[in-house]
Write a protein that binds this ligand. Sequence first.
Ligand code: DQA
Length: 151
Amino acid sequence: MTRLLLLNGPNLSLLGTREPGIYGADTLESIERRAAECAREAGCELLCFQSNAEHVLLERIHQAAVEGVGCLIFNPGAFTHTSVALRDAVLAVQLPLIEVHLSNPHAREPFRHRSYFSDIALGVISGFGALGYELAVRAAAHHAARTPRAG
Ligand code: DQA
């Protein structure tokens, strides 16, 4: 069974109460539950992980490479705009990446317009709120089904 890893970066643990006008009213737990359901429907397993710490996210990405993850779905939060280290980790493990954002960073402050991930991602889904995670899971499952497994 294809295994997908959903990673969420800093402050996304606060979804539900964090700037609901921008990020919506759904909690991360409910988003993860719906994404996992979507994965099951597509015949995949979804692992979920959130951290506010860059080094913890780095280690989780490293681990993904040895536990048979077929695709990363990642909302790096503010690290989107700052983290060369997380970009390098994704490149190092050579796993396909789908970048997700609840908001549309391009319609926001100029410092959110640069992403360290978009040019190494299969695709980017942003601006559709919590629905974006379900779309990303479907896209990841679709990609994994068409891609022969390495090894
Ligand atoms: C975000 C957009 C980022 O700019 C911001 O720092 C976040 C959330 C989003 O999902 O819209 O933390 O990644």
